[in-house]
Design a protein around this ligand. Structure first.
Ligand SMILES: [Zn+2]
Length: 488
């Protein structure tokens, strides 16, 4: 089964593994090894390039990870950001109440109140799945990690459960610093923390994770327009609307706004998200879709919520990679109310509080999805046929043998290439084994230094996907590699 092979590569070769493993691990926490770190960084870079490139008034900021209690009082996290849990009165097993119900009754129960769930558990006489003991009433578990700041007069703060709040707190200042223009985009790429009751599905659901979130602040009176609408109006979206979940529909953006009564400003970003996955990352079209959440499923502050999803073997179904949320003026208004600080702007002769469309990506699950989707095999050998721009190493430099001046020449080439590319040097084992090792971690190009190199200053460049080998002059190598990587 290929999932086992993928997981083995992820762990054995240095992508991702459990944190604190020699002390038994800590559930929901993962470390990135050298390959995972390179790949994650590359994913973040192409995300930046693509989404910040959509508008010259989109920028990245870096707010702090620990924030005062008031922030989450205002945002509603303190009161609403909880999971319903039940405990076994016999063996102390703890589980999310909705998941216990889901498993027993084969229905979805997200968004149901704790009283309703307690009722259901009693009605259907649901017992502890581990020991058959009685379950307690459903209670609520706070999902944020509290932090006490300072030594004596401790100040209650929290690790941020989403990066978005940092953008809201900085909006006013950035609006002024950026010459008072809308739309204004503030992106944050960074860690967020949620004390999930029982994290599972590997890196797909963790307690510490990296988000890339873009908050786009705009004039609510202009929600029915977008200045670049014409670019995408005929672009076809793959949609699974809440009204008909058994049937995927493909509609152009123009048709989408009419059929589902969605605003142009929102659909424009749906199109850009799908373009990012199909055109930049080469995702297979048949494995992706937008999934609409209905009113019970989405957070109360979201007026609209579609998730971009991909079909993954590890999840035995579709999993979310990105959410696109129309959060309206909910957060800015809430912060204005609690802090007393005006969030209103004066723009184009009007005073108003901007609305927000949020694009929220989970980076870790995106990294995982790439590893699973682009895994393939050739003659029983594993290959990560990753999109070139996210492969951990751009190229590997391999001297054919460990003697007669080849390592020296190879090292010289390696030192030159690593100024511009992520590059791996390997002189151990047969050349065939070394190619296979690079294929397994997705390196697009292998550069081999052989005896001809010493005579005519050329090297062999081998392509991961075609296994084709061509001779290239050393002085043209950088340009050739660059051309090749940019072609994709
Ligand atoms: Zn039990």
């Amino acid at each position: 089964m290929s999932l086992d092979k993928i997981n083995s590569i992820i762990k054995r070769r240095g992508f991702i593994w459990k944190s604190c493993e020699q002390y038994g691990g800590l559930s929901g926490f993962y470390d990135y090894g050298h390959l995972g770190t390179l790949m994650k960084r590359k994913f973040e870079d192409i995300w930046r390039n693509f989404f910040l490139g959509l508008n010259p008034n989109f920028f990245e900021i870096s707010p702090s990870l620990i924030m005062k209690e008031e922030v989450f009082k205002a945002s509603g996290h303190l009161d609403h950001f909880t999971d319903p849990i039940v405990k076994c009165s016999k063996c102390d097993f703890v589980e999310r109440a909705d998941q216990i119900l889901e498993k027993q009754l084969k229905e979805k129960f997200e968004g149901m109140s704790k009283e309703e769930m307690t009722e259901l558990i009693k009605k259907h006489e649901i017992k502890c799945p581990k020991c058959g003991g009685a379950l307690t009433d459903v209670s609520e578990l706070e999902l944020m990690f509290p932090v006490d700041v300072g030594a004596y007069d401790k100040i209650r703060a929290y690790l941020r459960p989403e990066t978005a709040q940092g953008s809201y707190l900085n909006f006013s200042q950035e609006f002024n610093a950026l010459r008072k223009k809308l739309p204004l985009g503030l992106a944050v790429i960074g860690k967020a923390f949620r004390n999930e009751i029982s994290p599972r599905q590997g890196v797909y659901r963790t307690r510490e994770f990296t988000q890339a979130e873009l908050q786009i602040f705009f004039d609510p009176e202009k929600v029915e327009e977008h200045s670049n609408w014409d670019d995408i109006k005929d672009y076809k979206l793959r949609l699974l609307p809440a009204s008909s979940r058994d049937k995927l529909t493909e509609l152009s953006c123009e048709e989408t706004i009419e059929k589902f009564d969605l605003p142009k400003f929102y659909v424009y970003y749906m199109a850009q998200i799908q373009r990012f996955y199909l055109e930049v990352l080469n995702y297979p079209r048949e494995k992706i879709r937008f999934f609409e959440l209905n009113q019970e499923e989405r957070a109360f502050y979201n007026k609209l919520h579609w998730d971009f999803e991909v079909r993954l073997e590890a999840l035995e179904g579709f999993g979310e990679l990105c959410g696109i949320h129309y959060r309206t003026d909910y957060d800015l208004k809430a912060h204005e109310k609690l802090s007393g600080e005006k969030q209103e702007v004066f723009f184009e002769e009007k005073k108003f509080i901007p609305h927000v469309v949020e694009l929220a990506f989970g980076i870790d699950r995106n990294v995982y999805a790439l590893l699973e989707l682009f895994y393939t095999e050739r003659e029983d050998k594993s290959i990560l046929a990753l999109p070139l721009k996210v492969a951990p190493f751009d190229c590997a430099v391999l001297p054919l043998v460990k003697k007669e001046g080849l390592p020296e020449k190879a090292n010289e080439i390696y030192q030159e290439l690593r100024k511009q590319f992520t590059c791996f040097y390997d002189n151990t084992g047969s050349i065939g084994r070394r190619y296979a090792r690079q294929d397994e971690i997705g390196t697009p190009l292998c550069i081999t230094i052989d005896f001809d190199t010493l005579k005519d200053n050329t090297v062999t460049v081998r392509n991961r996907d075609s296994t084709e080998q061509v001779r290239v002059k050393i002085n043209e190598l950088k340009v050739k590699i660059e051309e090749f990587l940019n072609e994709a």
